[in-house]
Design a binder for this molecule. Structure first.
Ligand code: BES
Ligand code: MN
Ligand code: ZN
Length: 506
């Protein structure tokens, strides 16, 4: 991960391979944002004119590179667009700053050291602005190069190695704390991306469980792993059933973090950990399988968020559940019309083996419910319908508790991730009736994201506040890279979860 530091050196004196400054649009013109004054003076007040001459407009995400020609120690300056300049009394918001930092550092891949004045764009180097810059730099400078040989590394440059944030006082404890927090969050986001990007052949359910053991015990959490035998003995028909077609058996992982009062009810996070979703016997067409190694994004987010919460020592009790299985077709796979008996005794007729996420999630939700949780939040790349409803950058939040749903949506907003509240229309429930068992695993074709959520709700006790995050869209970026978001695994919704748990911790 890009190493972060604070410095009080001026932009003209700091030793770096490139400087990053902010520019913005005001009306139809471009303006240089606060923080670049010294550089401007060294350029005889011609910074703005020079940037305009090479095409800078201030548009959000735009990155323009220019030589400093001796005006600064660093040989190059990069002007990154912040979008519209704020009006009088207004500020650049944190997400605009985070995105600008990310876009710049992404463009600068292959550069060793950078320094930036972006924390000063609002004129005061507020600690939350420092944090936004730090997060943008650390998650924007991400590259997954583990599987490249020398044959292609030249075209896929390494992430920026280190980034210095220029502030008025490098020993300011609030600024330091902001960088520390950003470092923990960025480590969680980038670790989540690494797990999601890892090919399914190298991340079987047992490997995902081993990653949880390694990454969470080293920060003081407890980790318990149930194997296929103990899952069968415990009546986890969903996880066992989905895993039956695969050569690599399923796992259920429980991660425990006790930062809060002893005995206080814990918040339970449940993540979908399908390490590969072929669809099973209801097999997917080839193109739909291309990125189904990412179907464990929910579990990866739960694992890395709890790791971050433990590193931040937040005073709250959290339990994570990773429902891990590989969904494959074979002679031993579950068939359409097979009936599974889930944990707790409900029976489900599997009418489509590609609706496997809800089957593994139901067992894990029941397990969480058995521990009298304060709340359950589940995270899953659950439906293609989520992409139809909300596009690929916004995730849906469904809940049996309006207050909890609003808390999550607001935490997402504060963290710079994008979510939207979605309903659970009662009339859709009947479509999940089965001719044979208590429930069918598929229902109405319309509102598929809501139907899946209503299926999960059947396994949540009415007394437990529960929220369901369908992150099938934003957990993976199939499109071009943008801002601080690379192609592939994005790390969504790690920032929301950590932000929400921090708010809960008070
Ligand atoms: N993992 C998929 C959902 C998915 C699709 C995530 C596309 C990301 C991108 C899930 O297991 C699935 O296959 N869902 C089916 C449900 C259907 C059979 C009711 C779907 O969405 O098509
Ligand atoms: Mn599926
Ligand atoms: Zn799936």
């Amino acid at each position: 991960m890009t190493r972060l530091s604070l410095t009080t050196m001026s932009m003209t004196e700091v030793a770096a391979d490139a400087l990053i400054i902010g520019v913005a649009r005001r009306g139809r013109s471009m303006v240089v944002a606060p923080g670049a004054e010294r550089l401007d003076r060294a350029l005889k007040k011609r910074l703005e004119d020079a940037l305009k001459a090479v095409g800078a407009t201030g548009k959000a995400g735009e990155v323009i590179r220019m030589a400093t020609l001796g005006a600064a120690k660093a040989p190059a300056v990069v002007a990154v667009g912040l979008g519209a300049a704020p009006g009088r009394g207004e500020r650049y918001d944190h997400e605009a700053i985070r995105r600008a930092a990310g876009a710049a550092v992404r463009e600068l891949a292959g550069t060793r050291r950078v320094a930036t004045s972006l924390a000063a764009v609002n004129g005061d180097s507020d600690p939350e602005d420092v944090r936004a810059v730090a997060e943008g730099l650390a998650i924007g400078g991400y590259a997954f190069r583990k599987y490249r040989s020398g044959a292609s590394t030249a075209d896929h440059r390494a992430a920026v190695a280190s980034a210095a944030i220029v502030v008025p006082d490098a020993r300011d404890t609030a600024a330091k704390a902001a960088v520390d927090r950003a470092t923990v969050i960025a480590d969680a986001v980038t670790t989540c991306r690494d797990l999601v990007n890892t090919p399914a052949a190298d991340l079987h359910p047992a490997d995902l469980a081993a990653a949880a053991e390694q990454l969470c015990t080293e920060v003081g959490c407890t980790v318990e792993v149930s194997d296929e035998k103990s899952l069968a003995e415990g009546g986890h028909g969903g996880i066992v059933g989905v895993g039956k077609g695969a050569a690599n058996p399923p796992r259920l992982v429980r991660i425990g973090y006790t930062g809060g009062a002893a005995g206080a009810p814990a918040i339970h996070l449940v993540g979908k950990g399908i390490t590969f979703d072929s669809g099973g016997l209801s097999i997917k067409p080839a193109a739909a399988m291309e990125w189904m190694k990412a179907d464990m994004g929910g579990a990866a987010a739960v694992l890395t968020s709890i790791r971050a919460v433990a590193q931040l020592k937040l005073p709250v009790n959290v339990v994570g559940w990773l429902a891990c299985a590989e969904n494959m077709p074979s002679g031993s796979a579950i068939r359409p019309s097979d009936v599974l008996t889930m944990r707790g005794g409900k029976t489900v007729e599997v009418m489509n083996t590609d609706a496997e996420g809800r089957l593994v999630m139901a067992d894990a939700i029941v397990r969480a419910s058995e521990e009298k949780p304060a709340a359950i939040v589940d995270i899953a790349t659950l439906t293609g319908a989520a992409l139809v409803a909300l596009g690929s950058r916004v995730y849906g939040v469904m809940s049996n508790d309006d207050e909890l749903r609003d808390e999550i949506v607001e935490a997402a907003e504060r963290s710079g991730e994008r979510s939207w509240p979605m309903p659970l229309p009662e009339e859709l429930r009947d479509s999940l009736d089965s001719q044979t068992a208590d429930l069918s695993n598929i229902g109405d074709r319309y509102g598929g994201m809501l139907v899946a959520a209503i299926f999960l709700k059947e396994f949540v006790p009415d007394s437990v506040p529960w929220a369901h995050l369908d992150v099938a869209g934003p957990a993976w970026n199939e499109g071009d890279e943008h801002d601080y978001t690379p192609k592939g695994g994005t790390g969504v919704p790690v920032r929301t979860l950590v932000e929400w748990l921090a708010a809960r911790a008070g």
